[in-house]
Design a protein around this ligand. Structure first.
Ligand SMILES: [Zn+2]
Length: 345
């Protein structure tokens, strides 16, 4: 019996020393100290021994158990320590791989910058669905029935657009202004809000035109608001977004939903106003139409045009981003070409 205990313990000591991982160690522990383990089995044999040997052997087995438990613990700590050691193959002088870093699309970045600038002036950010109806896309915006923009060559009409009422004739929104009418109908003036989003037109694409592009509409409705205040506001917003003084000019323009209407041009930032290919050598870039909401539009929204006036602009986001980075082809923004887009991350 004595020999068996010593023999078992010696065998185990070598096994534990050769152990290479935690699982192997757990297996050895179970083989020895588990319910069917060899040391546990030896303990069960004690009652079969002569009385005078029982306590001696029992003591010996208990000492062996405690020894084995210590060895296992020591080996476990050793393995843990080794685990943190750096492999011999590791060369700390080799440059690491840069982690993949995503980024926002340049149009989204511009949209967020404008949101920040307008929010600092107390504007609310408004969002709406991309699908609108003939009622909100045209009728309530004072578009005459024969206006060319109503034709399918400009607007993406959805299935079933040829029957039903104007509210049932659905299309992808060709501009944001219809959504603004819905805002006017559901809010009580005075208010100021901006409304960013994509719009869709069935156009032939070229360097300055795309089938889908982003607009950024801003509208103030109040009992009094002057053009000069609007011009200062636009100049402040553009200067904030571009981080430098941006010259701004307004000139008369016609749009069915405003009266009077105007075009806002900003000084070309590529050439500083001297003239270049981006600004077609005039030193100015047309960035947004605007004006006072047409009395018919205010009426369509349930407001009295004798009581309320306002200020409206619709910023072409794509064109603004082209100015910011000197991009000469709007189609690049929607190309999903990562070689182009990664430059803005
Ligand atoms: Zn220029």
């Amino acid at each position: 019996m004595e020999l068996n205990v010593r023999e078992t313990v010696e065998k185990v000591k070598a096994k534990i020393a050769a152990c290479r991982d935690e699982n192997e160690l757990a297996r050895i522990k179970n083989d020895l100290l588990g319910k069917m383990g060899s040391l546990t089995q030896l303990l069960k044999l004690i009652p079969t021994l002569p009385v005078e040997q029982r306590s001696v052997v029992g003591k010996e087995i208990n000492i062996a158990k405690s020894q084995v438990a210590d060895w296992i613990e020591a080996r476990r700590n050793e393995l843990l320590y080794k685990k943190t050691e750096v492999s011999e193959d590791f060369d700390c002088t080799v440059p690491g791989l840069p982690p993949f870093k995503g980024g926002l699309h340049p149009i989204t970045q511009m949209c967020y910058d404008l949101n920040d600038a307008f929010r600092s002036m107390g504007f609310e950010i408004y969002q709406e669905d991309d699908v609108t109806s003939e009622l909100y896309g045209f009728d309530k915006l004072n578009f005459p029935p024969n206006h060319p923009a109503r034709e399918s060559m400009d607007t993406y009409w959805l299935e079933g657009h040829d029957k039903g009422t104007a509210a049932e004739k659905l299309c992808l929104r060709p501009h944001l202004t219809g959504g603004s009418v819905r805002y006017l109908q559901t809010h009580k003036p005075p208010f100021r809000f901006v409304y960013p989003g994509p719009v869709y037109r069935n156009e032939t694409t070229d360097a300055r035109h795309e089938r889908a592009f982003f607009q950024y509409e801003a509208l103030i409705v109040d009992k009094e608001f002057t053009f000069s205040a609007g011009k200062v506001m636009i100049k402040s917003i553009l200067s904030k977004v571009f981080g430098r003084d941006v010259p701004v000019r307004m000139r008369a323009g016609f749009f069915p939903f405003v009266e009077p209407g105007f075009e806002i041009d900003m000084g070309c930032l590529v050439c500083g106003g001297k003239g270049c290919s981006v600004c077609k050598h005039v030193g100015w870039i047309e960035v947004m139409p605007g004006g006072t909401p047409h009395p018919n539009v205010l009426r369509a929204a349930g407001l009295d045009p004798d009581e309320y006036t306002g200020f409206y602009v619709n910023i072409g986001l794509d064109r603004l981003v082209m100015m910011r980075y000197g991009v000469n082809d709007v189609r690049l923004f929607h190309s999903a070409d990562l070689r182009f887009l990664n430059q803005f991350c």
